[in-house]
Design a protein around this ligand. Structure first.
Ligand code: COA
Length: 340
């Protein structure tokens, strides 16, 4: 059963439906394997695979910035969407690793792809950022504010990784994914979105240094404050609960049941988290798209890369209902259902 379109009695024009007309992704060439990591910290291939499912991750080159990876992914999405960069009205870059604190990484992307007619801003919602971006894009498009929105999730997490902390350094990788959203006449496309946060848990996954509260100083850098800090077990617990609730919310809003979903694209953090969700939602694991074995956790880029891979490989087909569900530091969580 399809969810009826939301309507607003006060809007002069009817609300519009939104669809994804192109996707793209980019992964840096350099691969860091578990065997490589076992030569850097006290860990093993077996431990990392058993506890996380990750086999290898990509590492951006020193001079390869978040905006470079974002622009590469964007250009692929633009090509698939058969539009010109000049058609884009808004660029949203979800990232926890911006090129600089300001200006927005979206501005650097704008310059690189020549999207001269776009307004640009970054979204800070950690690993949930790409789906926050889809929700924001949808709101702008349905309200007739913008026609064509480029949403990107891009991260250079290896720039904020503490390479001496085995609890975190085995988990993360770099990459970018992008999608172009545009209004369309039918009820297809993005049919349900949900976003949420709980700041009470802001201290279980965070980077204390680099902002105004704890600026970059020699001492702070020596104390590894400008790197990822995480209480793994607590994050794990919260992640399962948050993703389950978010998935249920999106299904409820869409008027769909889990049996209607052809493919679940979850945040790619840990295969055990994905297995726990599959178990509790009572759907077979093979209905989940999983690529974390190859890329690790690329935060805001993760579901964007997975969506592009699922699209280009034919894993998702026209008419399929796709559920995307994510969580991240903040805490933040989000879910989106798309009719492909
Ligand atoms: C990080 C995570 C994989 C750890 O798995 P876990 O089963 O909870 O493991 P624990 O934290 O209980 O650690 C168990 C032991 O392994 C050790 N360990 C941690 N990392 C290790 C590594 N890379 N290699 C070997 N041993 C490691 C710990 O030090 C601990 O040893 P101890 O018992 O002697 O103290 C897991 O908690 C997790 O995935 N959490 C969510 C993280 C996440 O998704 N973050 C991103 C969110 S967007």
């Amino acid at each position: 059963m399809k969810r009826p379109l939301r309507s607003s009695p006060r809007s002069a024009k009817p609300l519009r439906t939104v669809s994804i007309i192109g996707t793209g992704s980019y992964l840096p060439k350099k691969i860091l394997t578990n065997a490589d990591l076992s030569r850097m910290v006290h860990t093993s291939d077996d431990w990392i695979i058993t506890r996380t499912g990750i086999k290898e991750r990509r590492i951006a080159a020193k001079d390869e910035n978040t905006s470079d990876m974002a622009a590469e992914a964007a250009l692929k999405a633009i090509e698939q969407a058969k539009i010109s960069p000049k058609d884009i009205n808004l660029i949203l870059v979800a990232t926890a690793t911006p090129d600089m604190l300001f200006p927005a990484t979206a501005c650097f992307v704008q310059k690189k792809i020549g999207a001269i007619n776009a307004a640009c801003l970054d979204i800070s919602a950690a690993c949930a950022g790409f789906l926050f971006g889809l929700e924001i894009a949808q709101q702008f498009i349905t309200s007739h504010t913008h026609d064509t929105v480029l949403v990107i999730g891009a991260e250079k997490l290896t720039s904020i990784t503490n390479w001496t902390d085995r609890n975190t350094c085995v988990l993360f990788g770099d990459g970018a994914g992008a999608a172009i959203l545009r209004h369309r006449g039918s009820a297809h496309g993005v049919i349900s979105t949900h976003i949420g946060s709980d700041g009470r848990y802001s201290d279980i996954l965070f980077m204390p240094g680099g902002g105004s509260r704890c600026p970059i100083t020699r001492d702070n850098v020596d104390l590894n404050l400008a790197t990822i800090h995480m209480t793994g077990k607590e994050v794990y617990k919260q992640a399962v609960t948050a993703m389950l609730n978010a998935a249920k919310k999106a299904l409820e809003q869409a008027g769909l049941s889990i049996e209607d979903i052809a493919c679940v694209i979850p945040h790619q953090a840990n295969v055990r988290i994905i297995e726990a969700i599959a178990d509790r939602l009572r759907i077979p694991l093979d209905r989940f798209y999983v690529n974390l074995d190859r890329y690790g956790n690329t935060s805001a880029a993760a579901v964007a890369i997975a969506l592009d891979e699922a699209n280009r490989s034919g894993r998702i087909k026209p008419g399929d209902y796709i559920l995307m569900v994510v969580f991240g530091g903040g805490l933040t969580w989000a879910s989106t259902i798309i009719e492909w």
